[in-house]
Write a protein that binds this ligand. Sequence first.
Ligand SMILES: Cc1cc2nc3c(=O)[nH]c(=O)nc-3n(C[C@H](O)[C@H](O)[C@H](O)COP(=O)(O)OP(=O)(O)OC[C@H]3O[C@@H](n4cnc5c(N)ncnc54)[C@H](O)[C@@H]3O)c2cc1C
Length: 346
Amino acid sequence: MTLSNSTLSTLSTAKPSSSHHSSAYNNSTVTNLTAPTLIRAGTLPDAIVLDENCVIKPQIAFTRLTSFQVGGAAEWFIAPRTLEQLQMSLQWAASEGVPVTMLGRGSNLLVSDKGLPGLVISTKHLKRIEFDHEQGLVTVDAGVYLPPLARQIAQFGWQGFEWAVGVPGTIGGAVVMNAGAHGGSVSDTLVNAKVLLPDGTMQILTPEEMAFRYRTSNLQSGGRFVTQATFKLAMGADPIAVESQMNHWYDQRKSSQPYDKPSCGSVFRNPEPQKAAWLIEQAGLKGYQIGGAKVAHRHANFILNCGDATAGDIFRLIHHVRSQVKAQWDLELHPEVRMLGAFEAA
Ligand SMILES: Cc1cc2nc3c(=O)[nH]c(=O)nc-3n(C[C@H](O)[C@H](O)[C@H](O)COP(=O)(O)OP(=O)(O)OC[C@H]3O[C@@H](n4cnc5c(N)ncnc54)[C@H](O)[C@@H]3O)c2cc1C
């Protein structure tokens, strides 16, 4: 199946090779940017219209943008619908000298109560998917949501993406995080990822160039924005068997993890061969609460927003759990959740 529009053709101009590929901003983009339209918005700063359907808005709350449902506001926010609009957004940020933060579903983010300066770019409208049925390849835009993609892939009897059925993030966030579950992860099947640099240059990176390790990649240091990724799956399995394996894992997650309150999933990486949840539980921290943030009873590596948590509450609880585990086990837990913005020392 091919979902295409003008942007996909732009995104597809780079050859699927392992070598770097560059392309710069096109001229029409530059022309558009020279005369942005301002929209009055009461006491807030003016919104900035870069293009039709492409408006940079001021002060958008992270409570609406992250799965933890906490945090202050993005100083500026935009959700481009095309690669050109994404490039225009980056160019606007460069011309204003403001930092850029890419946002997927915000399912692995703790953003400070003070919010974030600069431009936050959501990939939520970048969602094309292209299947190559000859080779078992799927090429996916950054904003595609993992669970339905995993189900679509399984329908063909393709294997290698079943792990993603319960991971509530986007392709972009999953590549950056090397997301995974049930023994599988992004890096197992990723062929390459297209990334934009702040100057508008496009590169195609191989997995080696992204230095994947357990729940991390070198993209986490910032400055490169994933626009698309291609995966190669194993073809030829019985679709019913693939779907049944996926459903089994999905049910397993639902019964062992708390989904009734906002969270970011697992807060800490597992210090292999130990499990963070077990260490936290043995430290007696299940149910421990600071403000509205609580260590989940059902899974001790989850911190829940009980309704009125602040990012500060969650940050202090993360610090408390780390220090207790360190004291009891002499082991350092490293957060998997990405913490953005300014936090008071706990
Ligand atoms: C209930 C629950 C269960 C979870 N279970 C799992 C699990 O089993 N396994 C697992 O690995 N994770 C799990 N997670 C965490 C999370 O879903 C994954 O890490 C996911 O890959 C994050 O994707 P996202 O789109 O939400 O990224 P975000 O949280 O929006 O961003 C994560 C990081 O990636 C950056 N980023 C996002 N998009 C881009 C882009 N296009 N280009 C460059 N940088 C970008 C952000 O700036 C940030 O630093 C879970 C979360 C929840 C809430």
